[in-house]
Design a binder for this molecule. Structure first.
Ligand code: ADP
Ligand code: ADP
Length: 234
């Protein structure tokens, strides 16, 4: 069954000079174990779509269903549960500078119900998963961009999410670092059966890792299919 199902999604922003339609007639089906790319130019509606999927933005029409639950109509408690089932990584990493690498990852476990010892061993396990065990006691400003993103990936996976949502996560990284992060994501997909949604403006990212892709333009999906078919050279 589909892990993410989006039907006729519509989102309008109200501004001083009227209304701005950011999304209209968006339909998407993301299956379990997909590495699904969503690509579009700046202003196409990618961030708005991400915010509708993780419950940060109320939408005006249609539905967003993640792991069997509709996002927009949830009471606050259930929304928190859904957000825990969606791991997020960002272009800007969003790490806390005053906390160590291990401390940053542990933050995601604070309301997991695990006691201190179990949290520590889970953090160890997660850092090993992203190959960053030796940096556990370092601070974010002592890390390279790629290492920071690995910490963010470990944090995003802390609560065993059913989907990892990557919002321009490699956009600030050089091509080699991008390659190594995508290789890590592919490895996590292969070993954990993780479903990954990658939002990007970079075609090269889609080609390197995704099996399916949707092209978004001016608020709607204009093309969708297997990467192999969509980007096949005629
Ligand atoms: P992308 O992430 O692809 O760059 P966005 O989702 O940020 O696209 O934006 C989609 C459209 O919605 C753009 O035209 C943008 O100007 C507009 N938009 C985004 N956020 C707001 C907002 N808070 N208020 C008004 N318009 C917005
Ligand atoms: P608020 O207190 O306004 O509800 P949130 O808890 O929604 O704040 O978001 C706080 C921060 O966490 C924001 O920077 C947001 O982008 C980020 N965030 C939102 N959803 C997730 C998620 N599923 N995983 C990780 N970070 C998230």
């Amino acid at each position: 069954r589909n892990l993410v199902a989006i039907r006729d999604l519509k989102k309008t922003y109200r501004t001083e000079d009227g209304e701005k339609v950011a999304l209209h007639d968006v339909n998407l089906d993301i299956a379990k174990c997909d590495i699904y790319g969503i690509i579009g130019l700046s202003g196409a509606g990618k961030s708005t779509l991400v915010r509708c999927i993780n419950g940060l933005e109320q939408y005006d029409g249609g539905s967003v269903i993640v792991d069997g639950r509709e996002i927009a109509v949830l009471p606050k408690h259930d929304l928190r549960t859904v957000r825990r089932s969606i791991g997020m990584i960002f272009q800007s990493f969003n790490l806390m500078p005053s906390r160590t690498v291990a401390g940053n990852v542990e933050l995601a476990l604070l309301d997991s119900g695990l006691d201190k010892n179990r949290r520590k061993s889970r953090v160890k396990e997660l850092l090993k998963l992203v190959d960053l065990s030796e940096k556990a006691d370092n601070y974010p400003n002592e890390l390279s961009g790629g290492q920071k993103q690995r910490v963010a990936i470990a944090r995003a996976l802390a609560n065993n999410p059913s989907v990892l949502l990557s919002d321009e996560a490699t956009s600030a990284l050089d091509p080699n670092t991008t390659k190594s992060i995508l290789k890590l994501l592919k490895h996590l997909h292969d070993t954990l059966g993780l479903t990954i949604v990658i939002i990007t403006h970079q075609m090269s990212v889609i080609k390197q890792i995704c099996n399916r892709v949707a092209v978004i333009d001016r608020g709607t999906i204009v093309e969708e299919g297997r990467v192999f078919d969509i980007f096949a050279n005629p």
